[in-house]
Design a binder for this molecule. Structure first.
Ligand code: GCO
Length: 263
């Protein structure tokens, strides 16, 4: 099998929330596979500029655009600018997301709505703006970053699970509506990875840290770079007949009900 199946040379790829963490790792993977990388952030221009400089230092052609993925007007204007300044987007990775770990009974409705807005509504907003160019071209790849919480619940992450569960179904609906235009829409479901987002529950001795190491058949937290293969696969020709699927990269968590801690 030729590696050209996984070659992204010349493809324009937008990764939202790619100034750090899993987004940055996946962006690096598709950039190293040849994609022209466009990263989005909404924190600060310097954070975006810093990430772009890192990618450029690694030989990746990269551009940075700051916009709020939950704001439809900003998204539409940004996508028009990107299409004008870089090119029509071939690959979209909807990665931007937040989490608020609060028991449902204590969670403010405004906080619940904010998580839904960023983690579920924004992939819809950004995809709707980007897919027009893909439909015109009759070609495109959209990858929604789901979660273990697209399949399983856990206490204190109710809003996040509702969003990520919804994102799994939104992925399937995008597949159904856009597959006729040769657009493949899939998801990646990361397990538990060593990132800033999981730092608070990953500290040595934290009960959750022990729990995850025990709950993951691979017996460890994932390294964000271990998501790069799935991102390249779902962005490339190699997945042209894969549609509406969530590819879980989880060290085996979803394969097991777990094991007694003393085993
Ligand atoms: C948590 C974690 C998870 C992971 C990831 C798992 O609090 O349980 O933050 O949500 O980040 O989403 O797939």
């Amino acid at each position: 099998m030729s590696t050209s199946l996984f070659d992204l040379k010349g493809k324009v790829a937008l990764v939202t929330g790619a100034t750090h963490g899993l987004g940055m790792a996946m962006a690096r993977g598709i950039g190293q596979a040849g994609a022209i990388l466009i990263i989005n952030g909404n924190s600060s221009n310097e954070k975006i500029d810093k990430a772009v400089a890192i990618f450029k230092s690694e030989g990746i052609k990269a551009f940075g655009y700051r916009f709020d993925v939950t704001n439809e007007d900003q998204v539409q204007k940004a996508i028009a600018r990107i299409e004008n300044e870089v090119g029509i987007i071939d690959i979209l990775i909807n990665n931007a997301g937040i989490i608020k770990r609060t028991p449902l009974l204590e969670m403010e409705v405004t906080d619940f709505e904010q998580v839904i807005k960023v983690d579920l509504v924004s992939p819809f907003i950004v995809s709707k703006a980007v897919v027009k160019g893909m439909i015109k071209r009759k070609s495109g790849k959209i990858i929604n970053i789901c979660s273990m919480m697209s399949e399983l619940a856990r206490n204190t992450v109710g809003a996040y699970a509702a969003a990520k569960g919804g994102l799994k179904m939104l992925t399937q609906n995008m597949c159904v509506e856009w597959a006729p235009y040769n657009i493949q829409v899939n998801g990646i479901g990361p397990g538990y990875f060593a990132t800033e987002q999981t730092k608070p529950i990953r500290v040595e001795g934290h009960p959750f840290n022990e729990f995850i190491v025990n709950r993951t058949p691979a017996g460890m937290w994932g390294d964000p770079d271990e998501l790069q293969g799935a991102a390249v696969f779902l962005s490339s020709k190699a997945s042209d007949f894969v549609n509406g699927q969530i590819l879980y990269v989880d060290g085996g968590i979803l394969a097991t009900i777990g094991k007694p801690s003393n085993e």
